[in-house]
Write a protein that binds this ligand. Structure first.
Ligand SMILES: [Zn+2]
Length: 98
């Protein structure tokens, strides 16, 4: 039995630093709906901070800072693979109509 704690992998630390930079850039708000996001709530919480890709990964978008934004879990779930322009237009229409 070992007492050493498992260390976070390099990839995990990098991912976390990346998320922090995005959070600072967006002042802790969802890129799409401007709700305050929280990185440390349980997975599945609607305000959970998640990575979102402007050009979706399914469309070949990468993980560069310029292509990634922080979105709340709710937006991320709803958007899925919708391209950024269509999704932004859909949100604007909802805001105007509601
Ligand atoms: Zn959102």
């Amino acid at each position: 039995m070992t007492l050493t704690k498992p260390r976070k992998s390099r990839a995990t630390r990098r991912r976390r630093a990346h998320l922090q930079r995005l959070l600072r850039r967006q002042k802790w708000r969802c890129y799409w709906c401007q709700i305050k996001v929280m990185p440390y709530v349980a997975h599945g919480h609607p305000c959970k901070a998640t990575f979102d890709h402007l050009v979706t990964q399914s469309a070949g978008g990468g993980n560069a800072l310029s292509n990634t934004v922080v979105a709340c879990y709710a937006c991320n779930q709803r958007r899925r693979d919708t391209d950024a322009e269509t999704w932004a237009a859909q949100l604007a229409a909802e805001r105007a109509g509601a």
